[in-house]
Design a protein around this ligand. Structure first.
Ligand code: GLU
Length: 512
């Protein structure tokens, strides 16, 4: 049977979407596109207590920013809606009851005090992880221990209950993970998880399996943190009788802290000052702020490329892939098993590569916006020229203006260290001659003519051009390093160049 590939990203809207979640979405997207299938997004909001306003909108905006919008979602529903679990609430009970009927689930009436007491009893008896399971359930208040008429009476009287899965005592549960291979778990390590809560809402486990089934999901690609739940999910498929259409599982490796010790968290981001979220986020409850890759100046295509390589590689040395190339090259088989260290320098490197590949005109638009924010202005062609020489040195679009500001604004003071080392009589002599030459020159200044005149000024004074270069740079830009100086002169233009040299000659003192 050849089913259309259908994968889903199933985030819970409990806060900003972490970079690990964005990577999960990306791998699902790439796999769907590669296989000619569909990429769905389902909002898993059955836990109303963890709902955070704005989180769902954040997910949508992040995926839109990266150009990996789902084919079916709450905002773009297909035939399997609704795509928010809270709106699917009426669907789930029948499935839980079906399992009760088949003997794979049962009603449990235990109060929270009774559950606490059970845990305390087990802890006192030195049970390592006290659980409601195939052994302990025999001592609890549920439809397996209570007489049938009492169960009916309790249900009829509206007494609160949950429905739990009945995990078999001795059974090997196996699943063939596309990344990890065979995973085997003994059922005595599993507990009787709640499927239906007392408020009539399904838990994650029930809703997730029912929805994946009803939405025709063929592959479940998700984070490693869900691997421990997978055996339970396999059992649920079996008990529902859906084994033949059970999705294939692929559990993605963890994203690790930069030093490789543990899972990457917001705390690492705060500590090192790098983002771990796609976009800025302010928690509406705590007011806590987090910075995003987008606002930090990462380009969406660079960020995508970086993200794709956090756990996957194409098997050769190529590193730069646009979205279409990623789709072409992607395969689940090439996703690694072990966690991937998060390296912000790699993200910056990608941004630099993508920035350099942008046209000068496109980069000019960032520069113009930044210039205008300061109430200044720059012509489009000049902005493109500035972008052209600054982009080799920039990591973020904002660097173009931050580092290239001197192109439009003359220095008012000079780097003192450079001045003390390089500002000398020879520099003054060469610059004075150079200024005179510029004043009488009829030519439009180009990098070549700017250089020819400067060389002539040095030669005339029998001074080596190279010896005064840094002082010349200091005079015109205020600092000792920067992009190709002759290109800078051509952009600044003759009149401005003369003015700046005059100001430097007036201001800087030769130290004896
Ligand atoms: N709602 C789960 C999450 O927040 C989905 C896990 C899964 O993909 O099954 O990640």
């Amino acid at each position: 049977m050849n089913r259309e590939v259908r994968v889903r990203f199933a985030p819970s809207p409990t806060g900003a979407l972490h970079i690990g979640g964005v990577r999960t979405a990306l791998y699902n997207y790439l796999f769907a596109r590669k296989m000619g299938g569909k990429f769905l997004l389902r909002i898993e909001d059955t836990d109303q207590t963890r709902f955070v306003p704005g989180a769902e909108e954040y997910i949508k905006e992040a995926l839109d920013w990266l150009g990996i919008a789902p084919d079916e979602s709450p905002w773009n529903p297909g035939a399997c809606g609704p795509y928010r679990q809270s709106e699917r609430k009426p669907m789930y009970m029948q499935y839980a009851l079906d399992l009760v009927e088949k003997g794979h689930a049962y009603y449990a009436f235990d109060t929270s005090e009774e559950l606490d007491a059970m845990r305390e009893r087990l802890t006192a008896a030195r049970v390592v992880s006290p659980q409601y399971n195939s052994i302990t359930r025999t001592q609890m208040k549920n439809s397996l221990t209570l007489p049938e008429d009492e169960v009916k009476a309790r249900l009829a009287s509206g007494e609160p209950y949950v429905i739990r899965i009945k995990i078999p005592r001795k059974e090997e549960v196996r699943l063939n993970d596309m990344i990890r291979g065979w995973v085997m778990v003994h059922s005595n390590t599993l507990d009787d998880k709640v499927l239906m809560k007392s408020d009539g809402m399904p838990t994650y486990h029930l809703a997730n399996i029912v929805d994946d089934h009803l939405m025709g999901i063929t592959h479940v690609i998700r984070g490693e943190e869900w691997l421990p739940s997978a055996p339970l999910h396999v059992l649920l498929y079996k008990y529902f009788g859906w084994e033949d259409t059970m999705p294939q599982f692929a559990h993605l490796p963890l994203l690790l802290k930069p030093d490789g010790n543990g899972k990457l968290s917001k705390r690492d981001a705060d500590k090192h000052g790098f983002p771990v979220f796609p976009m800025d986020w302010t928690d509406p409850n705590s007011g806590d702020k987090a910075i995003g890759f987008r606002e930090a100046g990462y380009l969406p295509d660079a960020f995508l490329n970086f993200l794709a390589f956090l756990g996957w590689n194409p098997g050769d040395h190529r590193e730069i892939f646009n979205l279409d190339e990623l789709i072409e090259a992607f395969s689940i088989e090439r996703i690694g098993k072990s966690g991937t260290k998060f390296d912000i320098n790699k993200a910056k490197w990608y941004n630099e590569q993508y920035l350099r590949n942008k046209s000068d005109e496109e980069l000019a638009s960032y520069l113009i916006a930044d210039v205008e924010k300061e109430g200044l202005s720059v012509a489009a062609d000049k902005a493109a020229q500035i972008a052209a020489i600054m982009k080799e040195r920039a990591t973020f679009p904002a660097d173009l203006w931050r580092e290239g500001r001197f192109m439009l604004v003359a220095p008012t003071h000079f780097d003192e260290t450079v001045a003390s080392k390089k500002w000398n009589q020879e520099a003054v002599t060469v610059l004075t001659t150079y200024k005179n030459k510029l004043e009488v020159s009829q030519e439009v200044l180009t990098p070549e003519s700017a250089k020819a005149l400067l060389e002539a000024a040095a030669t005339e004074n029998e001074i080596k051009f190279g010896k005064v270069m840094q002082a010349v740079r200091l005079a015109v830009t205020g600092v000792g390093a920067g992009p190709d100086l002759m290109a800078v002169f051509a952009i600044i233009g003759k009149d401005e160049l003369i003015k700046r040299i005059a100001f430097a000659l007036d201001t800087l003192q030769v130290q004896s």
